[in-house]
Design a protein around this ligand. Sequence first.
Ligand code: APR
Ligand code: ZN
Length: 261
Amino acid sequence: MESMQQYIEQAAELVSTAERIIVFTGAGVSTESGIPDFRGPDGIWRKYDPEDFTIDKFLSDSKVRKMHWDFLTTGGLNLTQAQPNPAHYAVAELEKMGKLYGVVTQNVDGLHQKAGVSENMVFQLHGDLSHAKCLSCTKRYPMEEIIEWMKKDIDEPKCGECSGMLKPDAVFFGEQLPWGVLMESEKRSRSCDLCIVLGSSLVVYPAALIPRYAHQGGAKLIIINMGPTELDRMADIRIDAKAGEVTPKIIEMAKAKMRAR
Ligand code: APR
Ligand code: ZN
């Protein structure tokens, strides 16, 4: 059984020679920023029913909509205050090193962009929670604005233009993923030379196809996750550790290897 240090060294070697790296992230990359994941020990699905997060329930049940708006503003998931952690900054370093071919994320927290990854290098498969959209006239509102409205104790925010129903920009269960984002993510994952998975159980599709496409395309696969994932047997290197702890070490060691060449 190899030691953690050996795994970090092997991963650094792959990063140092790769030219087109796809980083695939899930909720586990943001838990060290104080945002709960979904299926870990303190995950959201241990407190909330995923059934209440389907698009049908949101559209048909005003009580569910109220729960959502409370959850997103005053409740569990007010993301506007969250800050990137060392894992997000390590991923941003890859872009500075000229090695990043894209960050394909399932997260809706916008922390990769906050850590400095260029907007056009982040592919948000499940949308994001920075805005909400009117389902009638499609006007978009920054979430900060809605949080202010909710402080005035309204039950459910409505569109200021047409009083239509507002919906957070994240993709709900039962909704189509943004087609262009998915196609571009697939194209890049099939032609990358290294895919690094950070903090995902890899159980939700089609998102979890991304590391598979990379593997099928001949890329090396590194999985950094606390606890098992669905694709562990496919990984060239599997590190069971906190992303915020090991990812910066891997990037720093890769830089040292590149300087020594
Ligand atoms: N470092 C590494 N791994 C971590 C960390 C951490 N600091 N914190 C948690 N993890 C691991 C958890 O143990 C878990 O295996 O990250 C994984 C997160 O898996 P999920 O909670 O299933 O999150 P994710 O894979 O992103 O879920 C995918 O499911 O509910 C939907 O739309 C939602 O985008 C989400 C999708
Ligand atoms: Zn409207």
